[in-house]
Design a protein around this ligand. Sequence first.
Ligand code: C2G
Length: 134
Amino acid sequence: MRRILTYGTYDLLHNGHIRLLKRAKARGDYLIVALSTDEFNKIKGKKSYYGYEKRKEMLEALRFVDLVIPENSWEQKVDDIKKYEVDEVVMGSDWKDSDKFEYLKEYCDVVYLDRTEGISTTKVKNDLSKKVMS
Ligand code: C2G
């Protein structure tokens, strides 16, 4: 049972998120998503449209997501890896070589998957404010 862990805010769920999660799950048998809480989003400088509970509900509805846990801090990752016996942390390539993830290689595999071009939560928000359809 290969256990995969990924982190994110996952606001206004879009195909970039879905493709990341689907590819992450395909790398193992069990996918855990550590979902940024509203309080941690503040620390990240993000304000999500949907609150934590709604974002969690949407992720839990995805057939390739097995468990959603809260991401409360930058510092919890090693504890998460140990607690959930994680074999591999997967993130989108915007995190490649980040000091927020590279140190985890001491504890498990760390893999960066290509981001999906042309979509982001920020783009969705901007387009909606300008009444642009994608
Ligand atoms: N992503 C992607 N393609 C996009 C947009 C996002 O592959 N077009 C990926 C990101 O690389 C990330 C995941 O989808 O792996 C979630 O994206 P965000 O919700 O923006 O997550 P982020 O704010 O990067 O949170 O501790 C780490 C942070 O919590 C990561």
